[in-house]
Ligand binder design. Structure first.
Ligand code: ADP
Ligand code: MG
Length: 338
């Protein structure tokens, strides 16, 4: 196992930032910690790094108890959202920094820096200063610097958070390819569910200092363990389980609320025994998908996502009468509000 976190709790004053967190991260895998702001992601990452001492629990790195090890002893690479490179040093010098303070033999260090420049696709930019690079290039230098000392574990705290959407998307794909090459156990913090889905092998969903679910991107999306996970990962309609749309469709529940993904709303222009009537109140083009806002006769508003093809087939117009039913819906026994 690359990283084992056992029952780790951390309190700041009376506030529980981490509440009995346990998880295992396989050697060589890329795992995302996903959750809203304030859910404890950075605190957990800092505890793994040795920058924050847990109040209780243990942290094991590659099988060894690291709970009381210093940051240096843990041999971890860390990249933050705003990773300050040394301004007065070139890209090459920045990358070599960790090797220099560890007194790596000069020739070996030189070769390693050139290797890393190539790995992060900055060959030819080694003599530039950070101010002569774009934001995305700077974060790649930060990554190369973290990787230079061959860390046991790489920790990334919203590393692309400060960059604009297009660059962020490119860097995600790049990080995934990089990881497939170097295979260092990596924990990646993000509050962006799409980013977590795209980059990681496994997602740890956090909420209020607790782990809500651990699973592959497909598992947390298709089989969410809690109402929080279902609401946080992907859009969802939350409707009273007494709503007409669930009647005569076999989606009965003792719970007060039902969760229905917009793409699980079946829309047709003719009624049948299991549909309910609704009016199209708004149509929004989301690119490859169309979002139709539907108002049921009981006043509930339901979002439906349709493929472009289905939308054209239905010839939907605002104010049109349609007939809807759920293809799938879920309820959760322990729903607490988010
Ligand atoms: P996330 O990274 O998920 O946004 P954090 O782990 O940074 O969340 O923080 C979790 C909570 O703990 C936040 O409400 C934050 O204000 C609080 N917190 C974090 N670090 C400290 C600290 N050093 N002192 C007091 N409160 C802190
Ligand atoms: Mg954070």
């Amino acid at each position: 196992m690359g990283i084992v976190v056992e029952n780790v709790s951390k309190q700041f004053g009376s506030f529980k930032a981490l509440d009995q967190v346990s998880l295992e991260i396989g050697s060589g895998s890329l795992v995302a910690l996903l959750g809203p702001s304030g859910s404890g992601k950075s605190t957990l990452l800092r505890a793994i790094a040795g920058l924050e001492m847990p109040d209780s629990g243990r942290i094991l790195l590659t099988g060894q108890d690291a709970t009381y090890q210093s940051v240096q002893e843990r041999n971890i690479g860390f990249v933050f959202q705003h990773y300050a490179l040394f301004k007065h040093m070139t890209v090459r010098q920045n990358i070599a920094f960790g090797l220099d303070i560890r007194k790596a033999p000069k020739g070996k260090a030189k070769g390693r820096v050139e290797e890393l420049l190539e790995l992060v696709q900055l060959k030819g930019l080694g003599d530039r200063y950070p101010s002569q690079l774009s934001g995305g290039q700077r974060q790649r230098v930060a990554l190369a610097r973290a990787l230079a000392v061959e860390p046991k574990v790489l920790l990334l705290d919203e590393p692309f958070g400060a960059l604009d959407a297009k660059v962020r998307k490119d860097l995600r794909a790049w990080l995934r390819r990089l990881h497939d090459e170097v295979h260092v156990t990596t924990v990646f913090v993000t509050h962006d569910q799409e980013e977590a889905m795209e980059v990681s092998d496994e997602i740890v969903v956090m909420n209020k200092g607790r782990v809500e679910q651990i699973g592959s991107p497909a598992e947390v999306y298709d089989r969410p363990a809690t109402a929080f996970v279902m609401s946080f990962i992907g859009p969802v309609n939350v409707l009273p389980s007494t709503s007409g749309i669930f009647q005569s469709n076999g989606f009965e529940s003792a719970q007060a609320e039902m969760f229905l993904r917009p793409q699980d709303v079946i829309v047709q222009t003719e009624p049948n025994g299991t549909t309910v009537s609704a009016a199209v109140s708004r149509i929004i083009h989301l690119g490859w998908e169309i979002q139709a806002e539907l108002t049921l006769d009981d006043g509930q508003v339901v979002m439906a996502h349709l493929t472009r093809e289905r939308f054209d087939e239905l010839e939907l117009k605002p104010q049109q009468r349609v007939y809807v039913k759920p293809k799938d819906a879920k309820s959760f026994p322990l729903y607490y509000s988010i």
